[in-house]
Ligand binder design. Structure first.
Ligand SMILES: [Zn+2]
Length: 169
């Protein structure tokens, strides 16, 4: 029974020293045979002073390196932050209306055309709407103009006499 020749398997030479350390490339803890080896991440690694460092420019001989034994997988990446909830629909939990909804309601209740300033005063006084804006009347005015321009006859608002609005009938 011819044993396989004793051609030394360099992986198992008696004097092989194994060095355990952390792969600088991927963070796996690896054990290097003969102070050098190749991590699962593909990096050629070499131990220096007991630390496993990465061979920055993988030398040609790298692929011939013995496989380093993986002791532990790389640390898990930091968990992704919880995804932001899909942008909430425009319904508001506090029961407040959007500026345009409130404007439409105020105009409906008024039964006459109003300018933006008066509408905003009523919207705020009635608690239908809250804003931190400094120029809420300008904001509402612009929003109504936009809705009219965009939706035309489908808009809830109509322009009335100068600077005033009314609701679509
Ligand atoms: Zn690695």
């Amino acid at each position: 029974m011819a044993k396989q020749s004793k051609k030394q398997d360099k992986k198992v030479t008696k004097n092989a020293k194994k060095v355990r350390g952390t792969c600088r490339a991927c963070g796996r803890v690896v054990e290097l045979p003969n102070h050098k080896g190749r991590c699962e991440c593909g990096q050629g690694l070499i131990a220096r002073g007991g630390r496993v460092v990465r061979i920055k420019e993988t030398p040609h001989g790298c692929l011939e390196m013995d496989a380093a034994k993986t002791i532990s997988e790389p640390p898990a990446k930091a968990p992704e932050k919880a995804k932001k909830p899909v942008k909430a629909k425009r319904e508001r939990k506090d029961g407040k209306m959007s500026g345009l909804d409130a404007a439409a309601q105020v105009l409906t209740e008024a039964g006459e055309s109003l300018d933006a300033k008066t509408m905003v005063e009523r919207m705020l006084a009635s608690g239908l709407w809250e804003t931190k804006g400094k120029t809420p009347a300008a904001t509402i005015y612009a929003a109504m103009i936009r809705e009219i321009a965009k939706k035309g006859d489908a808009s809830r608002f109509r322009k009335a006499e100068r600077g005033k609005f009314t609701v679509a009938k």
